[in-house]
Design a protein around this ligand. Sequence first.
Ligand SMILES: [Zn+2]
Length: 283
Amino acid sequence: MKNILVKGTIEGVRIYALCTTELVQELNLIHGCSHLAIAALGRAASGALLMAATMKDDARITLRFSGDGPLGEVVADAKGNCVRGYVDHPQVCLPIKNGKLDVGGGVGQGNIIVTRYLHNAEPFNGYCELVNGEIATDLTNYLYTSEQIPTSVALGVLVNPEGTVIAAGGYFLQAMPDADDEVLKQLENNIVTLPYVTELLNAGNTPEEIIKKIGKGFKVNINESLPVKLQCNCTREKVAGMLAALSDNDLEEMKHDEVTEVHCHFCNKSYKFTKTELNALKK
Ligand SMILES: [Zn+2]
C-alpha cells in the first residue's frame, strides 16, 4: 500500500488516517534499526505527519520524545507531507512485554517536547511529561494538557521476525470547538471495538476505509488525500552555511583535522570539508 494520508470530517470532528509502511521501512534501513527502535521511530514519524497535516504547508513541527530509556531521544520532524526522524540508539533491544515490543520501556520516563515553526514567527515550544513512552498516548496527553485540543491518537508499526516493517500508520480524531458530545462518545465507542491500526492496515484496509470504520453510523466526508514521503532537507550548501556561521575560534579548532565531517542525524548522510574548503567559507 502507498504512503498516503487521508483527511476526513464527521460533524465537527476531524478524522485523519495514514499509511506509512514503505516510508517507515525506509527509515528502518537508513538507520539500521532494531525491531524496538523502528517501532518507536515509526510511530513518532507517523504522529508528526498527522500533526503537520493540521498546519499550513509551510509550517514545520518537531516532536521530541526525551526519556531516560535505553533508546535515548526519539525525534520526528515533519513539514507538509514530508517527514524525517532519528533515534539516538537505534540498535537497542528489550525483551517482549505482554506479547508486544516494549516501546514504553525503550523510551522511558521524561518529557515530550513539541516545537512548531510557523511562517514569519518565532518557534513555539510546548512540553509535558511522558505518560508511558508509548508515543501515541504521550501525544494524546500532550495535545490535551498543553494545547487544550481534545484528540485521540492511535499509532502502530508491525515488524516481521526478519525485521522488515510490514505495516505502519495511524489515525487521530480531533474535536473541533463545535463538536457534539454525543457524536464524540459514539466515535470513541467505535474506536474501542476496532482492531489495532496495524492489524487494519495489514488486512489491506486503506486509510479511507479506516476513517469510514471509525465513523460507522455517520456521514463521513473525505476531503483530501495526499501522498506522504520520507525526505531530509539537508544539503551541502546548508551545512556550509552553518559552518560559516560558527565563531572564528570554533572554525580554527576544526582546522586541526585534515578533513571535517558533519553528520546529519536525520538521514545519516555525512558532508566532508577539507581545510582549504573551510578557509574559503569565511570569504
Ligand atoms: Zn539530512
